[in-house]
Design a protein around this ligand. Sequence first.
Ligand code: NAP
Length: 274
Amino acid sequence: MPVIRCAVVGSPIRHSRSPLIHRLFAEQFGLALRYDKREVAAGGLAAVAAALAAEGLRGINVTIPLKEEAWVLATRRTARAAAARAANVLSFEADGGIEADNTDGVGVVRDLLGHGVTLAGRCILVLGAGGAARGIVPALLEAGARRLLVANRTATRAAELVREFAALGNIDMLPLDGRCDEAVDLLVNATSAGLTSMTPPPVPAGALAPGTVCYDLVYGSGETSFLRWARLQGVTIRIDGLGMLVRQAAVAFERWHGLVPTTDPVTKALRRRL
Ligand code: NAP
């Protein structure tokens, strides 16, 4: 059986879990897959992507700091990638084209629904306006959020994001040090605060009610700083981003191989190895 090749590119890439996730998916189908990781600094994606396509790879996952470069490089974009203006999946087409997708939004929505969290009709506050927020905001609106608030350290970036997605639903911005006029059903941390330090991002006052669900895109071996903060506020449903990571990878796997992997055992296996 010929070996199928894929890879993940970005910087830093050493700790990427993508090779393990795709290997575990491939094992579910007895697929002969070689999935590499390549350190690629900002500005280096075009040359590396061309080389990898020439080597016969089916596609690559793209991570920090290359998601916007990936979007620009693409010759075709899925609707959700077009909306996000950032891509985490590039597929190399037989005709030499490159299709960009953004699977962060579908990953977070599937993970939330998988945890039994209702999105339709709910009020959601997203902290952050970076690449990840751009992927998840349209997906949360399309999942039926009644109202979506965005709060970001740099207010102009939140304003820009709100402007871009205004046609998709009821979306507004809020200062990080502002006050919510209603408690939210779901509070999502899409900032990188807490990724390397134990300081969670600031949260607008009045956001929490007893039933608020807190979701952190960050994940790690222990409790994240945001979820620790949420626990100390009395929030009972707290979910980290490991399930999202696995589910967004599953969408890329399906795109490249036409096979739908089972995600829960892979998330559990990863959790044991964090
Ligand atoms: P990014 O484009 O660099 O954006 C970072 C965001 O965090 C910006 O909104 C930034 O605000 C904010 N921020 C950074 N430090 C902060 C601080 N100390 N206080 C308040 N806000 C702060 O990064 P990204 O690609 O959006 O990724 C964001 C996080 O999501 C990362 O931790 C990443 O690992 C995680 N992520 C997880 C998954 C998953 O599958 N679980 C997928 C994608 C991303 P400014 O605009 O003011 O700079």
